[in-house]
Design a protein around this ligand. Sequence first.
Ligand SMILES: *Cc1c(COP(=O)(O)O)cnc(C)c1O
Length: 385
Amino acid sequence: MRTARRMDNLPPYLFAEIDRKKAAKEAEGVDVISLGIGDPDMPTPQRIIDAMARAIANPENHQYPAYAGAKRYRDACAEWMRRRFSVEVDADTEVLALIGSKEGIAHLFPAFIDVGDYTLAPGVGYPVYTTGGVLVGGETYYMPMTEENDWLADFDSTPTEVLARAKMMFISYPNNPTAVAAPVEYFDRAIAFAKKHDLLLVHDNAYSEISFDGYRAPSILERPGAREVAIELFSCSKAYNMTGWRVAFAAGNAQAIKALGTVKSNMDSGIFTAIQDAAIEAMLGPQDDVAEMSALYQQRRDIVLETLASIGLSARPSQGTIYVWARIPEGYTSVEYAGLLLDRAGVIVPPGSAYGPDGEGYIRISLATPDDRLREALQRIADAF
Ligand SMILES: *Cc1c(COP(=O)(O)O)cnc(C)c1O
């Protein structure tokens, strides 16, 4: 049996060495704590579970779902956009249900990228912005992201020869892993750039509902001209503690929505309609749980920042997401430093380099860790360093 050559081009699994060390530590009897998890630790709110229980009893929901999402689900997505951002989208042509935003990201590649075409991906970011291209024979240009440019992916530096073959560009704010938000002027510049170079601009807004210190993330579709070049991906995963349910949507440019829908209709058969009903409750029911989750993550962020400061590590206060992005001391690679944290404190953190070339020199600490485990991990780190 011979697998496709493109499989060999997928990047090596950076957690392999850490997984091996973790197994060895656990064999020694160490209670290893992971601060690596990008998955909310709190359960899905009860109101959503109750809606699911009702929806699952409805026999109409037991048949194949509609490809693009149930009409009532797409209407709810449009209503949520209206309430949350005052943005009007057409539920029939500008909204598409997704089996999680990861699925949407991955399927944009066969819709837009031919062999040899470039995708502009952030210098640190969600890995599928890159691996999705590898799997269709596309190329990636990493837009530089640095602390000095406030982790705003620098598309202006893209070489002309890359731009000539570029079709698509990803940005995502509030940002995983750097936890910064973007000023709306940055979105405006990205829209103008995409228009000038005839690119699809994809804004992955996975953390739209998780932000701190009074900040609330905008939709890129609030910005003038966005709909001519951009689509935005929203997900119930992080917003409503629903990662396991697999429900999200894309909104924006009708041509891109149609192309993505065409790929999907040849690949999958949509989301279980009962889950769409539960997601309608998530988006249109009372949103108090959303504010409570941001408050909880903000408290945890502050505890993490305090501990990091006490051991001489620097981190900017996260503006959103469920992470703290911390700079490591000079003299280590981020893989080495993650190894040291595991050896000395029995704590796992992902090395920044796992998220792209610009992540070297940083680690990502997840705030989706139960309070007692987070405190224990931080105490151990403070004791060990
Ligand atoms: C978690 C995450 C996703 C995936 O979300 P799903 O909707 O669960 O597939 C996409 N983008 C970013 C940046 C994420 O952190």
